[in-house]
Ligand binder design. Structure first.
Ligand SMILES: [Zn+2]
Length: 70
C-alpha cells in the first residue's frame, strides 16, 4: 500500500528566492517574512532585496526628517 501524502498541509510555506528589481540581486524571501507579509495583509511579494528596501526606507526617512539627526 502506498502511503497517501495528499493530505499534507498546504499552508506550510517555504523560503523563496526572488530577484530584486533594482539591483537584480537574488535574495531569499524567507518563510518568516512571508508569514509577516501575510499577517500585515500585504498581497504582493517584495520586489526589492533587503538592501534596496533599506536604502529606500532610509531615503524616505531622510526626506521627511532631513532636519533631524540621530
Ligand atoms: Zn536590490
Amino acid at each position: 500500500m502506498i502511503p497517501d501524502y495528499s493530505h499534507k498541509e498546504e499552508h506550510i510555506m517555504e523560503d523563496k528566492t526572488l530577484k530584486c528589481k533594482d539591483c537584480e540581486a537574488e535574495y531569499v524571501f524567507t518563510e518568516g517574512e512571508q508569514a509577516f507579509y501575510k499577517e500585515k495583509g500585504f498581497e504582493n511579494e517584495p520586489t526589492r532585496c533587503p538592501n534596496c528596501r533599506k536604502a529606500r526606507k532610509q531615503q524616505r526617512n531622510n526626506d521627511r526628517n532631513s532636519f533631524r539627526r540621530f
